[in-house]
Design a protein around this ligand. Sequence first.
Ligand SMILES: C[S@@+](CC[C@H](N)C(=O)[O-])C[C@H]1O[C@@H](n2cnc3c(N)ncnc32)[C@H](O)[C@@H]1O
Length: 280
Amino acid sequence: MQQQATSRRDERLPADIIAALVRDRAGIVLHRDKDYLIDGRLLPVLKARGFDSLATLAKALDGPGGEALADTVVDALTTNETTFFRDIRPFETLRNEVLPALVAGRPKGTPLRIWCAAAATGQEPYSLAMLFDSEPGLLDGRPYQILATDISREALTRARDAAYSHFEIQRGLPAALLVRYFRRGPDGRWVLDAAIRERVRFAEHNLMTDARRLGPFDLVLCRNVLLYFDPPTKGRALHAVRAAMADHAILMLGGAESLLGIDAPFAAVRGQNGFFSVRE
Ligand SMILES: C[S@@+](CC[C@H](N)C(=O)[O-])C[C@H]1O[C@@H](n2cnc3c(N)ncnc32)[C@H](O)[C@@H]1O
């Protein structure tokens, strides 16, 4: 039996083995037209690990050290694209409508708990921390906590470093916030103030796994990650996210993301595009 299963696996193309691995572990769907992505993204892994081909790498996944190699492969195939205040409009809605309502519903002194569930290289949680620091009235004196998670260790390392290239800084960051919160490092990158960095706690978390221990949260940003999943996997991830949310909490998705055709315990908030409340 074992023999048969092994030989069937061996017959698959290396790109198929890798696509199946990434789908099983991270929920990310890579169709055949994404083979170029597998080749391109895994080239540095091949070089670093001394594999002569994708086939050798795929075979090594079953050998000693295969688990660590699988983590590296999944990480390499995540897309960590992000910007400060991405899409700006949802941040305006958050600032002007969503946060005031959330704050009004909470007793003074109770911290507002926020989770950025696919934080990539940190621009999203740091955007929130800069917003709260530069507009202290927004939370009406309430303390806040921001947890930022991602499946990608490389992205998390970059997020913790909080050092951004000129190109990254130019994407979405208002000049006033650049002047106020960043200084130029010796390598030319812009480094975020320690005071803002310390407002965000980073941790590795896979949206395919139980998130209850992380919560409960009042606000969850799960933006521009569901698009990599198929509809059942989106539903699964959203149920896991819901389990880490308080009953009154609000979910924020990416601008182009909807829950149409997805089994998810959320309802769109009328008039607030991209925001969802927990369905009872
Ligand atoms: C395109 S970025 C979005 C970043 C940010 N939320 C934004 O909207 O700008 C998607 C992120 O989702 C992460 N990701 C993909 N699959 C994941 C999973 N199963 N669990 C947690 N994070 C995942 C990727 O590593 C990547 O950093």
